[in-house]
Structure formats: structure tokens, C-alpha cells
Design a protein around this ligand. Sequence first.
Ligand code: DLL
Length: 433
Amino acid sequence: MDYIFNKKMETLNRKKLKDLQLERLQQTVHRVYETVPFYTKAFKQFDVTPADIKALDDIKKLPFTTKDDLRKNAPFGMMTISLENCIELHASSGTTGVPVTVCYTHNDMEVWSEVMARCLSMSGLTKKDIFQNPIPYGTFTGAFGFHYGAQRIGALVIPSGQGQSERQIKLMDYYGTTFLSGVASYAMRLGQVAVEIGLDPKKLHVRNGLFGAEMFTSGLKKRIMDNWDMDVHDIYGLTEMCGPGVSTDCDQHDGLHLWEDHFLVECVDPITLEPVGVEEEGEIVLTTISKEGMPLLRYRTRDIAMFYDQGMCSCGRTHVRHSMIKGRSDDMVIIRGTNIYPGQIESVLMNNSLVGGNWRMVLNTENDIDMLTVEVETKERLSSTDTEQLSIKLKGDIQSVIVFTPRVDVLPPNTIRETGLKAKRVIDNRKKD
Ligand code: DLL
């Protein structure tokens, strides 16, 4: 059974949790209204004042915040406090525009380490572990978040940093790493590299892993578990909230517990912005309720998931659980009128034992018709007959979940070029008019 890092808060009864949320929400609303011109203006437009927030449900009266709002006010326009009161800065990669910058006060750092320590404990990390952190240390939140959380627990941290997969494997072997963190697809890649250099990942000492930062299907999770013979947990988070540390699944592996004493969550229909019901898919909307530097109200994450019925989880934690992230609303592609999330395709691919870890969807327009090609690497080199058969099989399997038949290009291992920290699963070359 996993260890509960902060028993008092993680198992707080729902009534007390709600009371705490309301108190913190009211403080946050006052804070942003009084100090952030963007919110002062938005409150006026919505004809709402902090005094109108009398119950948790009143959150619906407040304006949403979008990534675009953050960009328009970048880098420091959403801060509630002067920079001299902040001690660390992180930023999203900015691949799709201006990077989103977040500055943390001393207390924000304390909260971040705490939520990360909760997530890591929940995944089995103890002070006896040797914890390897193969994530680039820099403005990306990933490496530092894990680093601080693991140190809070007292584990021995190897800050192995970015890439160089062979070196990562050698470090694991040399130091006897027991716990691994990182970006989900990179854990898969490391397993392949171990095999390529003649080491069986199962024979290394890694027994637990906590991965996230990108789409993470149960198929990929199972693959990593089997390749490494380790238990795998899923961690969700985003720069705008703190970085990793918003939620993680406990040993029941039945949803990710989201830390409601720090984040107030809503799940809404991304089009109408009306709340969806329990176990209905919607966009996760988060309000930070303990942040000092850059609190955000009703932040639209674009991440699609569903929330489970409340009710005590057998791990004892009382915080709400959500499903794995199905995808981002902006990752969903519409091909010939069908909505497709990359995760649907990945689930099919990961069920086939001949398929390796790397794949992508390439979209083109041919004779004014959308064409989808799924490029997929095999685990090992295959003969041309086996390649042909695998392609036919995958075509049928994918067709059964997305309704039309894609092209499938089966490629030898290591042919799809990696483009960055997170796997890029959709290449959209379609004509846009
Ligand atoms: O990716 C923080 C992080 C680092 C989380 C390491 C977990 C592990 P950003 O770069 O701001 O922050 O990207 C946030 O990544 O809105 C999701 O779309 C996606 N994402 C993060 N975790 C998961 C996950 C970090 N477990 C964006 N499953 C989010 C699916 C995830 N998607």
C-alpha cells in the first residue's frame, strides 16, 4: 500500500475540504481583483465583485482565463506581487506562441514541493529510493518539480537531466536506480535503448516510475510496466498551475486524485462552457486557491477527461479522481467529419505486440480529400511479408475505432525523428483555406 505523505490533508473529510476551498477561493478572488488589472477589468465586465463569492458554486459567476489571456499579459502582467518577492521562474516551451511564464514565491515553492511529494509517495517513492530524473533542467517545470518533491521525501536524487539515453541507462545500472521519472514516451524510449545496448530493462533495479507531461494511454502505460517490470503511475500537471503535481493515480490505478486543497476543479463542455455531469467527458478548468505569485481563476486547460463519482477511494484519500487525460481539445483533429484524438489510435497500436513505442499521424489533402497516414515503428525489424501483414491488421483495427480506413506505414525501429521533449503525434499538412 502506498504511503500517504500528508495524511491530514489527503484524507480530510469532504465537508472540511469544501470549507477550506471556499475560504481559499475568497482570498484568491480578493487578491487578483485588487492587484491584477486583467481581472479587475474582467470582473467589471461580468458585473461581479469579490463579495459575490459566498459559496463554492458562485465560482460560476467568475470569468474564465485562457492561454491567450496569459500571452496578452506576458511575461509578468498576471502577477499579484512584485518580482522581488519571487524566487523562481518557469515557462512553457512556447512552441505554439509566446511562452507562458510563471513566477513562484517562497510559499508557492513550498506548495509545489508538497504536492509533488504527495504524488511521488502515492507512486511508492520512499527515502530509501535512488531516484533518477531524466528530464531537462531548465525553464520547463518537469525536472525541478520532481526534484523538489523527491528531496522533500528524502530520496537520493540523481539529476541526470536531458536525453543521452545510453548515458541514462548506464547511470541506472551503475547507481542502482530504483525509481524513474519523466515524460511518458521517453520512458518507453529508454527501455528500447537499454535493449539496444544489451541490457534487459527488467534486470535493472527500477521498480517504480512516475510519468506524464503528454498523452499517456493505458496501452503505453502497460507497455512500460511490462518492459521494465515496474509499477507505473501517471502524473498530470501544467506550467500555469505549478508544473507537474496537480494529480496522480494511487495504487488502485482507478483515476488520478487531484489535490483539491490547492486546485479547485470544474469540468465543462468545451463549446458551451456549461458543467458536464459525473463520468461525462469535458474540459478540465482549474482555479488555483493557494497561489501567491500568479493565481489563476477558472483556467481553461484544454485537457479532456472525466471525473468520477465522489466516494471514498479504498486508498483512504478523499480528493476527487479523474480519468487519464483523453487528449487536448486542440489536439483533436477532424478528418472527413470524424473527430479523432491521437489517444484513440495509440490505444489500438499499443495493443499489438509487434509495434514499438514511436508513431505519428500524418494528415494530407489529396484531390480535396483528407488522407490520414499512420506511421508506426515496429519493435524489431520485420520481413517484408510480416510488415505487409502487420499493416493490413493495423488498418482494420484502426478502422474499427475511427470509422474510415487510414493508410498505415509500418517502419523499422528508430526511423521517426524525435522533434523535442514531448512526442509530436500529429503532423497536419492539410490545405487550409
Ligand atoms: O508538462 C508539466 C509536467 C511535467 C507534467 C512532467 C507531468 C510530468 P506543460 O509543459 O505546461 O507542463 O504542459 C502541460 O501537458 O495541459 C496536458 O495537455 C499535458 N499533460 C501533462 N501531464 C499529462 C498527463 C507539463 N499525465 C500540458 N497525461 C497539459 C496527458 C498531460 N497529458
